[in-house]
Design a protein around this ligand. Structure first.
Ligand code: FDA
Length: 305
């Protein structure tokens, strides 16, 4: 990761930077490129629009690292209300939700996060939908996989994100045989003791994990905007006789929309990760950190151009 990226990721966890960036008048305009809006109605509207264009969605109610039980409870409630609002659309698995366990209490008490996640899984099942657990920084991986294991006893359709940059992830992919697994490169600033640091190493690790998932019995969700990795995923799916409905591609809302549509038009399943809500700061800063061009876009908006 370059210096700017590291700085932005450090900023994503700094309360001072949060106040400074959130207070800028143009921030909202730039945030709108990556976030579908603040309310449940905004998320439902984005879902209508994207599914009408032939894409599936996974919706994230923004929030993370919650430090009090009431906020964690409110986050779980927000997901249940969202799923209730999606039910009449009859989209089933074409509209699922992504959950960060730290938003529903993981930092306070793993059992509380599990209970909240169960409520969300039950509401998802009621409308024929599913839940995928996002993966956060490496200190949370064991806990997240433990919660996943418990959830899958009652809701085996629950999926999880695995981050290729962590040394442990190839083994985790093997352990998750039979599961829905979203493979990502990884978006947090991790130490060299646990994670690959260079793009080349991360990309190679991604391919190794992809090989395990495509050869396995689960449902791989190939979450990347990287053309080379998308092409490799297609080759591996072919090699393992996977039909187009036996895996899917995933990309983020507002990023490479043209590619999302092109893949869907060519017959692939494509799911867009749609974040909504007012707690957009951490998510937004990670997106800036991924790409200097996004920072340039932000700076241009600041200068009013
Ligand atoms: P890479 O960053 O190498 O980018 C490849 C190309 O994609 C770039 O050259 C550029 O063209 C385009 N691109 C990538 N990022 C862009 C951006 N921000 N703006 C504009 N263009 C961009 N991470 C995590 O740690 N836990 C998680 O649970 C998830 N969940 C998740 C879900 C989904 C659906 C996606 C797509 C991603 C995640 N991530 C994630 C984020 C992931 O770890 C990673 O940080 C980003 O996807 C960027 O990596 P790429 O694979 O796209 O490759």
């Amino acid at each position: 990761m370059d210096m700017l990226g590291s700085l932005l990721l450090a900023g994503s966890r700094s309360p001072l930077a949060r106040r400074a960036v959130s207070g800028l008048p143009v921030t909202r305009k730039v945030v709108d490129r990556f976030v579908a809006g603040e309310t449940t109605a905004d998320a439902v509207e984005a879902t209508r629009r994207l599914t009408a264009a032939g894409l599936a969605v996974t919706i994230d109610h923004l929030g993370e690292e919650v430090r009090d039980a009431a906020t964690a409870r409110a986050a779980a409630k927000a997901y249940v209300s969202l799923l209730d609002a999606l039910a009449p659309l009859g989209l089933g698995r074409r509209a699922e939700v992504s959950v960060k366990l730290s938003a529903v209490g993981q930092r306070l008490d793993e059992a509380m996060a599990l209970e909240h996640a169960r409520q969300i899984c039950a509401a998802a099942r009621d409308c024929g939908s599913t839940v995928t657990l996002d993966m956060e920084d490496h200190t949370t991986v064991d806990s997240t996989l433990e919660v996943l294991r418990a959830l899958r006893e009652d809701f085996p359709e629950t999926g999880v994100a695995i981050q290729a940059y962590l040394f442990r992830s190839e083994a985790d992919c093997r352990d998750l045989a039979g599961s829905r697994v979203r493979l990502v490169k990884g978006a947090y600033r991790e130490p060299a003791s646990v994670a690959y640091q260079s793009k080349g190493e991360v990309d190679r690790a991604y391919v190794r994990c992809l090989r395990v998932l495509m050869a396995g019995t689960g449902y791989p969700m190939v979450a990347t905007h990287d053309d080379r990795l998308i092409a490799i995923a297609e080759l591996l799916a072919d090699r393992h006789d996977r039909d187009r409905d036996a895996y899917e591609f995933q990309m983020l809302y507002g990023i490479r929309t043209d590619k999302q549509l092109a893949l869907a038009e060519a017959g692939s399943r494509v799911r867009v990760y749609v974040p909504y809500g007012d707690d957009w700061y951490g998510y937004f800063m990670r997106r800036l950190a991924e790409r200097p061009a996004n920072v340039a876009f932000f700076l241009r908006a600041l200068r009013g151009k």
